[in-house]
Design a protein around this ligand. Sequence first.
Ligand code: B12
Length: 166
Amino acid sequence: MAEVGRLFEEGEMFVPEMLIAARAMQAGMNILKPHLAEGEIVSAGKVIIGTVAGDLHDIGKNLVGMMMEGAGFEVVDLGTDVSADAFVSAVGEHGPDLIGMSALLTTTMPSMTATVEALTEAGLRDQVKVLIGGAPVTQAFADEIGADGFAPDASSATRAAKALLA
Ligand code: B12
């Protein structure tokens, strides 16, 4: 998947090819997972990922989740239309190292702000890194809402997550 990510960034591969590769990787992972659990494989970290409240777009979010799994992260996918409260409860329940939030609509970007605020109010903001992405999201917006990072695509999302948890 790292090689697929590189080819995507170079414009040699496109979203459908990435999805096919990610699906093949997931099928392989399903076979390998029980054996990995028995072995000495160390997780790269635990990630909770979701599309924010009001937003149903999940193709990019799923791709990010699959790439992260391929890179050795344990991924808990909360799905779409995830409220700030649901993110907060999931942090309490799963104790992740990082939250990944996705938004594809300019009208749902404020849900990212609300989630960061809810994490702060719950006293959990210091325990978890926040990485955001989605077509309308920018580094400037990430800075504005106090997220720890932004990435424009699935392979750089994996790199950014690794850098944040290093
Ligand atoms: C597919 C699609 C839909 C599908 C979604 C299906 C699904 N299961 O996801 C359906 C038909 C349901 C849909 C509905 C709507 N859509 Co729509 N949709 C799109 C479309 C065509 C493609 C989005 C997509 O999947 N791209 C491919 C993926 C791979 O790219 P991506 O999502 O950007 O993800 C990458 C990066 O952004 C990043 N990334 C994504 N998430 C994350 C998360 C993290 C943590 C990180 C680090 C990175 C990251 O990595 C990903 C992989 O490289 C876009 C137009 C476009 N060309 O983008 C419009 C678009 C997003 N939709 C739009 C609109 C307006 C709507 C509707 C409001 C339409 C309507 N009037 O009903 C509804 C809203 C429904 C809702 N409440 O969410 C607008 C948004 C405009 C805006 N700026 O707000 C767009 C831009 C179309 C347009 N040009 O008008 N949509």
